[in-house]
Design a protein around this ligand. Structure first.
Ligand SMILES: C[S@@+](CC[C@H](N)C(=O)[O-])C[C@H]1O[C@@H](n2cnc3c(N)ncnc32)[C@H](O)[C@@H]1O
Length: 265
């Protein structure tokens, strides 16, 4: 992982290269649409407040649980003790980005979505609320953490979600076998190069021209930047949007030439 100072420097570089998304005509219509309906969405449904109240109560919960820690790489440390409040403070996507994912799902309404890395279920709750008629599978390796996520879903009356418990290495092939087409995936676990590229390669045969993949923390470390570079270079990826804290890949076959954008968010 980069130092805080290095991340701050990289963030400044991103702000300097990123477009502000304004100006029709500079972007292909597809990107213009994405900026208008997703990045600039003003929708603020009541569930946003309800989910954030759940986040607050998890952040105030000092109960200690024993987890399997999958770390940034593929090594698994079992029997680690962590406070729920600590996990809620450090492992979850901030509201701004969970809401971005909400707007993506609310606008594109994917039929089948997956999340790699449920944690306490906060971002998964946004995904479920955004697209009540879609199928959502969220994947988590730590049984103790998954059980808290299930409690979050039940408190928010979320039923349109399936929690796939187990290591991604075993669970992802099983989920893909049962769900041949994945329309949306948020890849937010195991933040290192080799597993990120491996999950991307596993997903590739299951994507359609309309599929959307969101990768978390693409500038978090040298490894994640290398993974994002490899994903961007893949011939199947037609357009990418770098929002610094997440990277989004589109596979639209009608986009004849490949393009990579950085957009301020
Ligand atoms: C960053 S957290 C996910 C946060 C969540 N997406 C959110 O924003 O609310 C990543 C989660 O992925 C899980 N994880 C990491 N590597 C894994 C693996 N190889 N198999 C299963 N779960 C894994 C961790 O236990 C952790 O709970």
């Amino acid at each position: 992982m980069y130092t805080k100072k290095k991340i701050a420097l990289k963030y400044i570089q991103y702000l300097l290269r990123a477009s502000n998304g304004k100006g029709h005509g500079v972007h292909p219509p597809f990107l213009y649409d994405f900026i208008r309906h997703v990045l600039n969405s003003k929708e603020n449904p009541v569930c946003f407040k309800e989910i954030e109240n759940e986040r607050k109560s998890l952040m105030a919960n000092d109960q200690v649980i024993t987890i399997e820690d999958f770390g940034a790489g593929s090594r698994i440390f079992t029997g680690l003790e962590r406070k729920i409040s600590g996990i809620a403070r450090t492992s979850l996507k901030p509201a701004k980005y969970s809401r971005l994912l909400y707007h993506i799902l609310a606008y594109y309404k994917p039929r089948t979505s997956i999340e790699l890395g449920t944690s306490l279920g906060i971002t998964a709750s946004y995904l479920a609320k955004a697209n009540p008629n879609g199928k959502l599978i969220t994947m988590e390796g730590s049984a103790a953490i998954a059980s808290i996520a299930k409690n979050t879903f039940s408190k928010l009356s979320i039923e349109n979600i399936e929690v796939a418990e187990g290591n991604f290495d075993q669970e992802l092939p099983r989920v893909l076998k049962k769900n041949p087409v994945i329309d949306f995936a948020f890849i937010d676990g195991n933040h290192s190069k080799e597993p990120t590229i491996r999950y991307f390669n596993m997903l590739l045969p299951h994507l359609s021209s309309d599929s959307i993949l969101v990768f978390d923390d693409i500038h978090w470390s040298e490894e994640m930047e290398a993974a994002w570079e490899a994903i961007r270079a893949s011939k199947e990826v037609r357009l990418t949007i770098d929002l610094f804290f997440v990277g989004i890949a589109f596979f639209k076959k009608e986009l004849i030439s490949k393009a990579d954008y950085s957009v301020r968010y």
